[in-house]
Design a protein around this ligand. Structure first.
Ligand code: GCO
Length: 262
């Protein structure tokens, strides 16, 4: 029996038109899952992403909806389950970040980050889990962050949301595990994506800092997340509940080291 077999499963990955969401969805797709691609920026972006998945031999279908709008989410889930099939796997990946010192941050900006990064996983999960409860089976994965555990200057709203997402994951697991629904999190370290591009440019102090702060001594490759996503989407994790799997090159394992130390 292949513990990691997800062939034929339907996986909805929010924010999967680019970045880490696309990398995780790509990994699930290559493992045989049908990918429901989501984005909210433009239909063209979704169509382009679906074409990329199909070029890789992945069965993918695109749906544009705003994960923070409950009415839009409810109708999208209904449409997806009618047109594609019951959702077996949900990855709550869609998120935003605003890098602003807390003292300078508008309350509305703070609320917007929390709304997308914390409230939206609740909204989408609430509407997907109803079908999973009826079928007595499902996998939900919330994409957390290093900022679920560590603070950093200028990302206070994001850290608050991602810290809250850890406890939301544990509470979802607490309430839904009895229905054979496993809810877990993935906590990516620092990865080379469009979201981190502004702090990754050559010569940016943060770029050197992360390479020094990460025991693996490099930025993560988004494809490094596929294994964790497949594990938490498959039978192999049927007794794993409320766990946050950090894929971070060892950042959370260490206090770090002086710049001049090998
Ligand atoms: C930042 C980064 C981080 C990473 C990721 C780390 O500004 O510190 O964007 O937020 O993207 O979340 O896990």
């Amino acid at each position: 029996m292949n513990l990691f077999d997800i062939k034929g499963k339907v996986a909805l990955v929010t924010g999967s038109t680019h970045g880490l969401g696309m990398s995780m969805a790509h990994g699930l797709g290559l493992a045989g899952a049908t990918i429901v691609v989501n984005g909210n920026s433009s239909q063209q972006k979704i169509d382009d992403a679906v074409a990329q998945y199909k070029e890789a031999g992945i069965h993918a279908v695109g749906y544009k909806f705003d994960v923070s709008n409950e009415a839009a989410v409810e109708s999208a889930i209904e449409k997806i389950e009618k047109e594609v099939g019951p959702i077996d796997i949900l990855i709550n990946n869609a998120g935003i970040i605003k890098r602003v010192p807390l003292v300078d941050m508008d309350v509305e900006e703070f609320k917007q980050v929390v709304n997308i990064d914390l409230v939206s996983p609740f909204i989408v999960s609430k509407h997907v889990v109803k079908g999973m409860m009826q079928r007595k089976a499902g996998k939900i994965i919330n994409i957390c962050s290093m900022m679920s555990q560590l603070g950093r200057n200028t990302v206070g709203a994001y850290a608050a949301a991602k810290g809250g997402l850890v406890m939301l994951t544990k509470n979802m697991a607490t309430e839904w595990a009895k229905h054979n629904i496993q809810v877990n999190g993935i906590g990516p370290g620092y990865f080379a994506t469009s979201q981190t591009a502004p702090i990754r440019v050559d010569g940016h102090p943060f770029n050197d800092f992360i390479v020094n702060r990460t025991p693996a001594a490099k930025w993560g490759d988004p494809d490094d997340l596929a294994g964790a996503a497949i594990f938490l989407s498959s039978k192999a994790s049927d007794f794993v509940n409320g766990h946050i799997l950090y894929v971070d090159g060892g950042i959370l394992a260490t206090i770090g080291k002086p710049y001049n130390e090998e």
